[in-house]
Ligand binder design. Structure first.
Ligand code: GP9
Ligand code: MN
Length: 430
C-alpha cells in the first residue's frame, strides 16, 4: 500500500549518496562486462601457498593502476546465495531473510533491474552467459523481469562428456564458447558471465588444475585452492580474448565474488593456511572472512586500492554513477562506494553488521583493530545502537519491497515497467 512505499521512498531519498564528480560518467557509453567469481573470497587475493600465488591474474588486476579494487567489500547474501548476490548487484535491493527472492518471488514481482535501466536510459543491449540449466534459481523467469534480452544457458553450449561438473560447463569452456555470441551483441552491451567451477565441493581433476594440493584434512579446502586457481586462469584467458578482439578498449569490467566458498565450520581447518591459530579462532574471524572481491577495471580508469567498507548492495549505485546515470529516483538500498557520503555500515542478512571500526554480531561487539570482544563506552554504544537501528530498518524496508511487491506501485521518472513477454530465451538471436 501507499504508506509502505512512502516509508521506502523517504528512507531511500534520505540515504542517497551524491555521485563523486571525479568518477561520475567516466565509463559513459562503455560496454559493461560483469564477471561473477563463484564462491570467491577475498583472502585468496595475494595469498601464496609454498611461495606460489593462488590467483596470479586476479592479483595483477587487483594491483593494476586501472582497477578500483575494494579491500573491505563484504558479501551480504542469505540462503539465496548466488541468486541473492545477483539480485543485489542488479536491483539494489536485498535478498530475503529466508529462501531466495529469485525462486520465491522472482517470477511475478516487478523489478527495476540494471539491464532494463541501462537499455532505457543509454541504449544498452544485455545478455547473461551461464553454463548451467536456465531453470536453476528460476533464472529463466527472473531474467525476463530484469529486462535481460538474451540468456545463454547450458542449452547453448557443448555440454558433452567431460565438459561439465556438478553445476555446469567448466569456466574456461564457458568463456571460450561465449565469445561467438558476445561478438554479435549490439554495443554498448551489458553482459554477465556466471562461473561455476569454483563451487563446493570444488571437484577438479589434475588435468584441469596445476595448483598443488594444500594438504589439509578437508578435501573441500584442498579443492578450493585448486578450483580458484583454475578460475583465475579462465578469467585470464577471457581477458586475453577481450584484448585481442578490441572489446577491452571500450569496456568497463566488473569482477565480484558472490559469497563464501568455505563455511564457518571449515574455517578452523583453514586458519593455519592464513597464518592464524585455530584455537583462538572466533566468530569475529568468521565475519572477516566474508570479504569478497569487488574490482572495477577499465583502460584509463584512475584506480587504486580502496579501503572504504561496503558490500554487494552498493554495487549498482556505484556502477550507475560511473556510467553517468542518475540513480536518485531508483529504490536502491546501498550507496555509491566512491561517494564522499557513502554509508560504511555493512549489513549482513541476519542483521549483524560491520563498520570500519567494529564488528557487531548479535550482542557482541568486536573491535576490528584487535579482534577482541569489548564493552563499548557510552558514546560508542550510542553510535552502534544507531547503526543497528538503521540496519534493521533498511533490511525490513527491503523485505517489504519484496514481500509486498511494492515496485509495481512505483515507477521511477524516465523508466518504463519491463514486459517479460518481450523476451524469449529459447531462440537465441532473433
Ligand atoms: C548454479 C549456481 C550456483 O547455477 O549459480 O549457485 P549457488 O549454489 O552458489 O547459490
Ligand atoms: Mn554462488
Amino acid at each position: 500500500n501507499s504508506s509502505d512505499m512512502d516509508n521506502v521512498l523517504s528512507f531511500v531519498k534520505q540515504h542517497h549518496a551524491a555521485a563523486n564528480p571525479k568518477y561520475y560518467g567516466v565509463a559513459k557509453g562503455k560496454n559493461v562486462i560483469i564477471i561473477h567469481l563463484e564462491s570467491f573470497q577475498q583472502f585468496l587475493i595475494d595469498d601464496k601457498v609454498d611461495g606460489q600465488e593462488v590467483t596470479p591474474f586476479l592479483n595483477s588486476l587487483y594491483h593494476s593502476k586501472n582497477t578500483l579494487a575494494f579491500s573491505n567489500f563484504f558479501h551480504q547474501v542469505g540462503q539465496g546465495k548466488t541468486s541473492d548476490a545477483e539480485n543485489m548487484l542488479e536491483t539494489g535491493v536485498y535478498g530475503l531473510p529466508q529462501g531466495s527472492v529469485f525462486s520465491s518471488l522472482g517470477s511475478d514481482n516487478t523489478f527495476q533491474g540494471a539491464p532494463a535501466i541501462l537499455n532505457q536510459t543509454a541504449g544498452y543491449s544485455s545478455a547473461v552467459f551461464h553454463g548451467n540449466i536456465g531453470t536453476f534459481w528460476n533464472r529463466n523467469n527472473v531474467y525476463k523481469n530484469l529486462g535481460y534480452q538474451y540468456f545463454f544457458d547450458s542449452s547453448y553450449f557443448d555440454t558433452s562428456q567431460g565438459t561439465t561438473l556438478e553445476y555446469g560447463l567448466k569456466d574456461k569452456l564457458l568463456f571460450a564458447e561465449s565469445t561467438k555470441y558476445l561478438e554479435q551483441l549490439q554495443q554498448p552491451f551489458y553482459a554477465k558471465f556466471i562461473t561455476v567451477t569454483n563451487h563446493y565441493p570444488f571437484p577438479l581433476t589434475k588435468t584441469d588444475s596445476t595448483f598443488p594440493n594444500v594438504g589439509t584434512s578437508d578435501s573441500a579446502i584442498n579443492g578450493y585452492f585448486q578450483t580458484a586457481h583454475y578460475l583465475d586462469q579462465a578469467v585470464h584467458e577471457f581477458f586475453n580474448y577481450l584484448k585481442a578482439s578490441g572489446l577491452y578498449d571500450n569496456s568497463i569490467i566488473i569482477l565480484y565474488g558472490d559469497h563464501y566458498g568455505l563455511s564457518n565450520s571449515e574455517n578452523t581447518t583453514l586458519a593455519p593456511l592464513l597464518g592464524k591459530d585455530p584455537d583462538t579462532w572466533t566468530n569475529f574471524d568468521n565475519a572477516q572472512l566474508q570479504r569478497v572481491p569487488y574490482m572495477i577495471h577499465m583502460k584509463g580508469l584512475k584506480g587504486g586500492i580502496q579501503n572504504q567498507y561496503g558490500g554487494e548492495i552498493d554495487a549498482l549505485p556505484t556502477l550507475m554513477h560511473l556510467l553517468g546515470i542518475d540513480d536518485s529516483n531508483y529504490i536502491h538500498f546501498g550507496t555509491d562506494l566512491l561517494s564522499k557520503q557513502h554509508d560504511q555500515v555493512v549489513a549482513f542478512r541476519n542483521n549483524n553488521f560491520v563498520t570500519p571500526k567494529y564488528t557487531v554480531l548479535g550482542d557482541t561487539v568486536y573491535d576490528n583493530a584487535t579482534g577482541k570482544a569489548i564493552t563499548p563506552d557510552k558514546m560508542t554504544q550510542a553510535t552502534l545502537d544507531k547503526d543497528q537501528k538503521k540496519v534493521d530498518k533498511e533490511l525490513s524496508l527491503s523485505d517489504t519491497v519484496n514481500n509486498k511487491n511494492l515496485l509495481r506501485f512505483y515507477t521511477p521518472a524516465g523508466f518504463k515497467p519491463v514486459n517479460p513477454s518481450d523476451y524469449n530465451y529459447q531462440d537465441g538471436y532473433q
